[in-house]
Design a protein around this ligand. Structure first.
Ligand code: PEP
Ligand code: MN
Length: 341
């Protein structure tokens, strides 16, 4: 349920409503707005109509059911888009945020060189996996703690914030101490213990869509993070299971961008690299994402893609990335025009 407070409601009236919600056995989440505050009351769906009784309280304007299965992630509860500020980067604002770097941190030199190149090309955030969720147990699994240290060092050296994947709920706090944004990978989108663990932290979460997940399942996964207290979730579409794997690894669901924009307030970015699985197609998918209104991109870039230990075929070289970045800024100015009216 959404409890809409009157614009002139006092702090005391708000507090009173919050305690009544708790008395009824629901968890209140306040969304502070420019003109009025609203409260999301979430909990057992079956008894939600008892919340209707709050309508008589002072300061309450209306009590409205949230029709979507996800609540805190929905536009019904929060009309304004969520902008996540990390250091000097705003995700979900007016700029395209570009996250770039190798699939995996392989050694110190590799990540330092990549950080320098992507920074020069205009990227905002450095990526690099230290814990890799590989399909086969016999492939490179990541450098673990050593990889986290190199990533942090490279980010600090070039003034880039960092994102890295966490695969184990018990490591969430430790990984969060080394990176600015935590990635939940596609394979873990429905790992509810992991989602709960990152939901309890105060660090933004980049939540990839599982390749077989519906949009509602993806938003319900985001809901786990939000419900546990962490309001900073970035959704990342990275391709869904394809009809045809001959030319691409997955199929980029570009429609996820306008759909998420209309039903959720959370920022949505596109990962063209895992979707394509082939560097040839990465620029075109990136341009499409920007034109569709995505808030950013997550792109794999490697100093020597042919010898990458992980996801080499889809990694862009430094030159290809830099060329793509110049074109993205041109697409962005056209896209701004498209979305004006
Ligand atoms: C990655 O970002 O390197 C990764 C493993 O992505 P995904 O979870 O989308 O496969
Ligand atoms: Mn990868």
């Amino acid at each position: 349920m959404v409890i809409v407070m009157k614009p002139e409601a006092t702090e005391e009236q708000l507090k009173n409503v919050l305690s009544k919600i708790e008395e009824l056995g629901y968890k209140p989440h306040v969304i502070y707005g420019a003109t009025r505050n609203v409260i999301g009351a979430v909990g057992d769906e079956r008894g939600k109509f008892v919340l209707q009784s709050l309508e008589v309280l002072d300061g309450v304007e209306a009590v409205i059911p949230i029709l979507k299965p996800y609540k805190l992630a929905s536009r019904e509860i929060k009309k304004e888009k969520t902008v996540i500020n990390v250091s000097n980067v705003s995700i979900g604002g007016n700029d395209i945020v570009v996250i770039a770097g190798p699939c995996a941190v392989e050694n110190e030199e590799q990540i330092i060189n990549t950080a320098l190149a992507v920074k020069k090309a205009g990227a905002d955030i450095l990526r690099g996996g230290a814990y890799k969720p590989r399909t086969s147990p016999y492939t490179f699994q990541g450098l673990g703690e050593e990889g986290l240290r190199y990533l942090k060092e490279a980010g600090e050296a070039f003034g880039l914030i960092t994102v890295t994947e966490v695969v184990d709920q018990h490591d969430a706090e430790f990984v969060a101490a080394h990176a600015d944004v935590l990635q939940i990978g596609a394979r873990n989108m429905q790992n509810y213990a992991l989602l709960t663990a990152v939901g309890r932290l105060d660090v933004p979460v980049l939540l990839k869509r599982g390749p077989s997940a519906t949009i509602d399942e993806w938003l319900l996964a985001a809901e786990y993070v939000l419900h546990n207290g962490n309001q900073n979730v970035i959704l990342c579409e990275r391709g869904v299971h394809p009809v045809d794997r001959t030319y691409t690894r997955y199929t980029l669901d570009i429609s996820a961008v306008p759909v998420i924009k209309s039903i959720s307030h959370l920022p949505v970015i596109i990962d063209p690299s895992h979707a394509a699985g082939n560097r040839t197609y990465v620029p075109a998918l990136s341009y499409a994402a920007v034109a569709a209104g995505a808030d950013g991109l997550l792109v794999e870039v490697h100093p020597d893609p042919a010898h990458a230990l992980c996801d080499g075929p889809q990694a862009l070289s430094f030159d290809a990335f830099s060329k793509m970045m110049r074109r993205i800024s041109r697409i962005k100015s056209c896209a701004d025009d498209l979305f004006k009216g």
